[in-house]
Design a protein around this ligand. Structure first.
Ligand SMILES: Cc1cc2nc3c(=O)[nH]c(=O)nc-3n(C[C@H](O)[C@H](O)[C@H](O)COP(=O)(O)O)c2cc1C
Length: 320
């Protein structure tokens, strides 16, 4: 049988396979992004950057709690000026490999997002991912922009006006109705939606009676959150027409297939790098290909969104 086709077209940008390195997973260096690209990623996302350099939270910042990770890195980053130089370097390394580069940005105000987007655009990444899960300092209680459809749309609109590049808006699962937020960012002209960022959580060391992370609260990622992520992707797919990058807890090829069946066009991979190393990308691509051969699928489109297809009515099912 001929090898199945794993390439993806995301807003006119070609990915040789659907697996994308998720934001923040491998520090900030261009060398690391190149390493992931050489290991077989379809695209790579850089660490989120803001206007100014940030040290992030004190240690401990990451913990493997047995069913996934919990982290409170606190968006440590070198600031947009240095990040633009890193992105330029990364772009030069990735271009010959044919692996697209996604910049990731955050800010504490709508205007801040536009400014970071403007400066990051000079490095010519293929996309800008907009991380709206950080707190909006302009809001009364510092709620994340992703928690409210108007705030999410305001950031999307401002970034869209500040750059010529396609933008990916990354949503948070920590909301009651993610479909409403997805509709709002689509209406504000987001090109792609990424879902999900981490799930808010806490792990306590009962012997000392204190949360383990210095920041006390953190974000859950890895296997424990996959069903939450799949449900979010499923609901977003029903709500919007723009492509979705599904991520959260994908650690093998079948998990990636599950995201695509829920409606994702591409699949983000984060914590799996912690569990499997960078070779996860090449291995998982092979696992997806094996699944496709087994099921007679020639392209990813053969099963994308399959979970939404109408179940046969009981009157249509054949008698056994
Ligand atoms: C250590 C760590 C750092 C992260 N940093 C960022 C970040 O800078 N920006 C961002 O949008 N998401 C960040 N994330 C979230 C991931 O990109 C991803 O959305 C989340 O971990 C779920 O995917 P996973 O289960 O495959 O890890 C981070 C996650 C981890 C574990």
């Amino acid at each position: 049988m001929t090898q199945p086709e794993l390439a993806v077209d995301l807003c006119g940008v070609r990915l040789s396979n659907p697996l994308i390195l998720a934001a923040g997973i491998l520090g900030t260096g261009a060398e690391l992004l190149e390493r992931v690209a050489r290991a077989g990623a379809g695209a790579v996302t850089a660490k989120s950057c803001g206007l100014e350099p940030r040290a992030g939270h004190p240690n401990p910042t990451v913990l493997d709690w047995g069913h996934g990770l919990i982290n409170a890195i606190g968006l440590a980053n070198p600031g947009v000026e240095e990040m633009a130089a890193i992105l330029k370097d990364a772009k030069g390394r990735l271009k010959p490999l044919g692996v697209p580069l996604i910049a990731s940005i955050f800010a504490e105000t709508v205007e801040g997002f536009a400014e970071v987007a403007r400066r990051v655009s000079k490095a010519e990444p293929d996309f800008i991912e907009v991380n709206i899960s950080c707190p909006n300092v302009a809001a009364e209680f510092g709620r994340p922009f992703a928690a409210d459809p108007d705030s999410a749309a305001a950031v999307t609109k401002a970034v869209k006006e500040a750059t010529h590049l396609p933008i990916i808006v990354k949503l948070s699962p920590n909301v009651t109705d993610i479909a409403t937020i997805a509709r709002a960012v689509e209406a504000a002209r987001a090109d792609v939606i990424a879902a999900i960022n981490t799930v808010a959580g806490m792990v306590i060391d009962v012997d000392c009676g204190q949360p383990i992370l210095a920041n006390r609260v953190g974000g859950l990622s890895g296997p424990a959150i996959r069903p939450i992520a799949v449900r979010c992707v499923y609901e977003i797919y029903q709500a919007v027409d723009i492509p979705i990058i599904g991520l959260g807890g994908v650690v093998d090829g079948r998990d990636a297939v599950e995201m695509i069946v829920a409606g994702a066009t591409a699949v983000g991979v984060g914590s799996a790098v912690y569990y499997r190393g960078v070779n996860a990308f090449g291995e998982m691509t092979q696992e997806i290909a094996s699944f496709m051969v087994e099921h007679g699928h020639k392209t990813l489109a053969d099963f994308k969104g399959m979970a939404h297809e109408r179940l046969p009515k009981s009157s249509e099912t054949s008698e056994v």
